[in-house]
Design a protein around this ligand. Structure first.
Ligand code: PMT
Length: 401
C-alpha cells in the first residue's frame, strides 16, 4: 500500500475528461490515500462538486471564500498538507496559467504554494496540444520539475486516438505509485551516464553519426536524479535539455571526447550506465578543408577503431561499482547482448531490438529485456522511455550497496 496515508491534492479543470477524475479519486482512496479536490470554476461545468466530495469524503474547494462569513480557504496550508499535487485533467488554459504564474483561481494559487511534487495530465484536442504555445508551456512546467503524464506513443496508436488525450486513471495512479515507491533510493550515489550519438568528423561539414536522439539516456539521467543521485551526464550532440539540478552535463561530440569524459568521471562514480550509441570507427584523418567532389572518381574513407568506452571502464571497474550497458541489435539479439555483457564486464545489459516497433532510436517508447551476469533475464512490454528508465533504475538499485 504505497499510497496509504499519502495526502494528494487533485486539481480538476474544465475539460470533458473531468468525469475521469471520479475514477482517479476512487482509485486513490481505495489505495489508502487522502484526496482533497480543488476545482476551477470551469471544472464545475463538467462534474459536480457533490460527486467529488462524496467520493473523496472531503468538501471540494473552488473559491477563496467559500462562505460569506469571513472564513477563507488557505492555499498555503493546502500546499503544505500535500505529499503530491495531481492536476488531471489539465486544460491548455490551466497549463498556460501554471507556466506563467497567473494566479486567478484557487487551483493556481494552491499550485504556486505547493512544496510537494506536481503531476500534470494534459487533456485537450490534438490541435491545441500540438500548438507551439501549449508545447512551450509544457516545456516550462518540465523545467520547473513538474512531471507531465501522457499516454505512450505506442498506446496512442493502438487506441486510435490522438495526442492530447488524458492518460487513463489507472495509469495515472501507477505513475504516483512509482514515484512514491522510488523516492530517494539513490541518495548519496554518484552515477555516470553516457547518452546520444557521437559524430566522427570527415571534414568541417561532414561526419559519421547515427540516429540516437539521446531520449533514453536523458530519461535515465532524470530518473536517477529524481531518486537522489548526483548524475554526470556525458552527452553526444543532441538537442535535448536537462531539467533536474542534480544533473551535471558534459557535452561532447566524438567518441574520443566521450571516452575522456567518461574515464575521468568513472573512478569517483558508484555506477555507470552506458546508453550512448558510440561510433565504433572514425576517419583516420579528418580533412581540414571541405572535401571537393571529383567527378566520377570513387572515394575511399579509411576508418580506424574508436576506443570501446564500456570495455575500458569494465577493465578498471572496482569492487562495488556497478556497470550497466545497452545493446541495440537487429538479429540474434540475446546472443549478441550476452557476448557484450561478458566482453565489457557489465553487471547487466539492456537489450533493445530494432525489430520491435516503437523500440530503439528517436521514439518516445522502448521495449527492453534486461540480462544480468547471473543469468537472469527479464522482458518488459513497450513503455515510455521514462517508464523504461524507472525499470532500469529499479534493477540498478538492487545491485548498489
Ligand atoms: O538515444 P535514443 O534515440 O533514445 O535511442 C536509444 C538507444 C537506441 C541509442 C539506446 O537504447 C541504446 O541501445 N544504446 C546503445 C546503442 C549501441 O551503440 O549499442 P552497441 O550494441 O553498439 O554497444 C554496446 C554497449 O557498448 C553500449 O552500452 C554502448 O554505449 C557501449 N559502447 C559501444 C561502442 C563503443 N565504442 N563504446 C561504448 O561504450
Amino acid at each position: 500500500m504505497i499510497l496509504k496515508d499519502k495526502h494528494i491534492i487533485l486539481g480538476i479543470t474544465g475539460s470533458i475528461a473531468a468525469y475521469k477524475a471520479a475514477y482517479i479519486i476512487r482509485g486513490l482512496v481505495k489505495k489508502g490515500a487522502e484526496v482533497q479536490v480543488v476545482i476551477t470554476p470551469a471544472g464545475k461545468e463538467f462534474i459536480t462538486p457533490l460527486t467529488l466530495s462524496t467520493l473523496s469524503s472531503h468538501p471540494v474547494i473552488s473559491e477563496f471564500f467559500s462562505n460569506r462569513d469571513g472564513t477563507w480557504n488557505s492555499h498555503v496550508d493546502l500546499g503544505l498538507w500535500a505529499d503530491a499535487m495531481l492536476i488531471a485533467p489539465a486544460t491548455a488554459s490551466t497549463i498556460g496559467k501554471m507556466a506563467n504564474g497567473i494566479a486567478d483561481n484557487m487551483l493556481i494559487t494552491t499550485y504556486l504554494s505547493c512544496k510537494a511534487p506536481v503531476f500534470v495530465a494534459p487533456a485537450m484536442d490534438l490541435d491545441m496540444f500540438s500548438h507551439p504555445s501549449t508545447q512551450q508551456n509544457l516545456e516550462r512546467l518540465r523545467s520547473f520539475g513538474n512531471r507531465i503524464i501522457e499516454p505512450a506513443e505506442g498506446e496512442l496508436a493502438s487506441h486510435l486516438v490522438g495526442k492530447g488525450r488524458m492518460e487513463e486513471p489507472d495509469k495515472i495512479i501507477e505513475v504516483l505509485e512509482d514515484f512514491f515507491s522510488a523516492q530517494k533510493d539513490l541518495e548519496k550515489k554518484k552515477i555516470l551516464i553516457t547518452a546520444g550519438p557521437t559524430y566522427e568528423k570527415i571534414d568541417p561539414v561532414r561526419f559519421i553519426g547515427n540516429y540516437s536522439s539521446g531520449k533514453m539516456g536523458f530519461a535515465l539521467a532524470e530518473a536517477c536524479a529524481e531518486r537522489g543521485a548526483e548524475v554526470t551526464l556525458v552527452a553526444g550532440p543532441v538537442s535535448l535539455k536537462t531539467h533536474h539540478p542534480a544533473i551535471k552535463r558534459i557535452d561532447v561530440e566524438s567518441a574520443g571526447e566521450m571516452y575522456q569524459a567518461a574515464m575521468t568521471a568513472f573512478p569517483s562514480s558508484d555506477a555507470a550506465i552506458l546508453c550512448a550509441a558510440v561510433a565504433d570507427y572514425r576517419p583516420e584523418n579528418a580533412s581540414e578543408q571541405k572535401i571537393k567532389r571529383e567527378t566520377e572518381r570513387e572515394m575511399t574513407l579509411h576508418l580506424v577503431p574508436n576506443p570501446d568506452i564500456a570495455a575500458s571502464l569494465g577493465a578498471i571497474k572496482r569492487e562495488g561499482q556497478v556497470m550497466v550497458g545497452f545493446a541495440l541489435e537487429t538479429n540474434d539479439e540475446a546472443t549478441h547482448a550476452e557476448g557484450k555483457l561478458k566482453r565489457k564486464n557489465l553487471d547487466f545489459i539492456v537489450l533493445n531490438s530494432l525489430r520491435d516497433q516503437g523500440a530503439g532510436f528517436r521514439c518516445d517508447t522502448n521495449k527492453i529485456t534486461i540480462i544480468d551476469n547471473a543469468g537472469g533475464v527479464t522482458s518488459y512490454p513497450l513503455k515510455t522511455k521514462r517508464e523504461v528508465a524507472c525499470d532500469i533504475v529499479n534493477k540498478l538499485v538492487t545491485l548498489l550497496k
